[in-house]
Ligand binder design. Structure first.
Ligand SMILES: Cc1cc2nc3c(=O)[nH]c(=O)nc-3n(C[C@H](O)[C@H](O)[C@H](O)COP(=O)(O)OP(=O)(O)OC[C@H]3O[C@@H](n4cnc5c(N)ncnc54)[C@H](O)[C@@H]3O)c2cc1C
Length: 423
């Protein structure tokens, strides 16, 4: 078998790349391979949110372009993937944090992020969002932000690409021939596909697939879980933005609960817990579903399935959410039936993706999408297709290559900043 390009991995990154190559750039003979059904490993586990609110120019540029493309695809598909724009609302009970939020808003606005609304005090915040806690002293509502169905976006792109000639093959890429320092073929489940171009879009397995072309990628994977539950008391309005509590917090357990948790060795739930407990409504006006997330495990490991289990996660998230939305407290007596899933954030140390040439001529990588892969996929897929077909590149392209780690000023910059902007 021969192909013009083989994309390894049919998550949102690989599908977006295939869509760009075949539909937008008219490339022929593109093959997409994956041992799993498309979009079923990580890309259907996400909380599916997007924002252009990032603390650095390359990410603002990438996300603005991605949102432009998402809006275009929503128009072309009759909004098949339910793109909404309720925004991200960052809330705090700490005046210093609120001041820092306001200062950062100036920086992000200068970079091209936003628009946003800033709430300088709790009363103004609660005038718009009356269900929020009395302890909130203000907040920031990022407005070019919202959520959509990543699975349906991927399904639409895949259908368009297949109609334009994309071939989807079930199988795992197990070896890559790059003799003479250029790509010659990929072996998929024992069958060889001759090709000059191979694209590594293997999600949590990007490191493993990169080894097939002799490159050791500087990425690692973190476990991230989410929980969905029915808000049958309808505490949270359907038009609510995603609301993020930006403060650390201490959960309020009874004496008996504390001793039970001590016995279980669950100090993580007894000590001060990290910031960023958050939720968003899921589904349309008739839906009662809420999605909640709070990554307090901070568990870095080799990607393996099933994911580590935390039976107390739904309760911990619900308790955390009552800090920002006290009206949820009745659920602590009768926790609604939770639906838990999750996956890996595969990331670089400074939490920027890799969309780049990789090793031998004809080898490419689109990965390290951490917690922003579904929002970034449209523009990242476009960028990867531009690299493959030799088109003019956007200004942010140079920020997503591996050679950034050879630049001492870049290394100094990333040492100086923390991983802000990530949820
Ligand atoms: C709980 C959670 C919440 C999240 N929330 C958000 C959010 O709100 N917004 C956002 O933008 N992002 C979010 N993300 C991140 C987002 O889901 C990921 O960044 C994105 O799905 C990664 O897509 P991918 O295509 O790179 O990887 P995947 O979807 O994992 O796809 C990779 C594919 O490669 C295949 N593969 C692996 N090895 C091979 C091989 N050798 N040959 C062929 N195929 C191979 C796999 O089978 C898989 O299908 C979240 C993630 C999690 C876990």
């Amino acid at each position: 078998m021969k192909a013009g390009a083989v994309v390894c991995g049919a998550g949102i990154a690989g599908v977006a790349t295939a869509f760009q190559l075949v539909v937008e750039q008219g490339m022929r003979d593109v093959v997409l391979v994956d041992p799993l059904p498309p979009l079923t490993l990580t890309s259907d586990k996400s909380s599916e949110c997007y924002r252009n609110w990032w603390p650095n120019a390359p990410m603002v540029g990438l996300m603005n372009r991605s949102i432009d493309l998402l809006e275009d695809y929503a128009h072309r598909s009759g909004n098949a993937f339910h793109l909404t724009r309720h925004g991200y609302l960052y809330v705090t009970a700490d005046r210093d944090r609120l001041s820092a939020m306001e200062a950062e808003a100036g920086l992000i606005t200068d970079l091209g992020g936003g628009p946003h609304d800033f709430y300088a005090d709790g009363d103004r915040l609660r005038a718009h969002f009356p269900f929020l806690t009395e302890s909130a002293v203000g907040g920031l509502h990022a407005r070019r932000a919202g959520w959509f169905s990543a699975q349906q976006l991927g399904a639409w792109m895949l259908a368009e690409a297949k109609a334009a000639g994309l071939e989807l093959i079930k199988g795992e890429a197990t070896s890559i021939d790059s003799s003479g320092d250029r790509i010659r073929s990929v072996t998929v489940d024992g069958a060889t596909i001759e090709t000059p171009v191979v694209i590594n879009a293997a999600g949590p397995m990007v490191k493993k697939v990169a080894r097939l072309v002799g490159v050791d990628l500087p990425v690692y994977s973190e476990v991230h879980i989410k929980v969905a539950f029915r808000d049958h008391l309808r505490v949270i309005p359907r038009a609510s933005p995603m609301v993020i509590w930006t403060d650390p917090q201490q959960l309020d357990w009874s004496k008996e609960e504390r001793s039970g948790l001590e016995e279980m060795g669950r100090d993580d739930l007894l000590n001060e817990m990290p910031p960023m407990c958050h939720y968003r409504p899921e589904g349309g006006v008739g839906s009662e579903w809420i999605v909640g997330l709070w990554e307090y495990h901070r568990l870095i490991q080799e990607p393996v399935w099933p994911l580590p289990d935390d039976s107390l996660y739904p309760e911990a998230v619900m308790r955390g959410l009552t800090t920002l939305v006290p009206g949820l407290r009745p659920y602590l007596d009768h926790l609604p039936q939770p639906v838990v899933d999750g996956g890996y954030y595969t990331k670089t140390r400074e939490n920027r993706p890799l969309v780049t040439r990789l090793g031998p001529a004809g080898s490419y990588l689109i990965g390290a999408f951490s917690g922003f892969g579904v929002m970034a996929a449209a523009a990242a897929g476009e960028l990867l297709a531009q690299l493959v077909t030799g088109r003019e590149l956007p200004v942010y392209a140079r920020s997503f290559g591996l050679d950034r780690y050879q630049d001492p000023s870049y290394l100094a910059e990333i040492d100086a900043v923390s991983n802000t902007g990530q949820i």
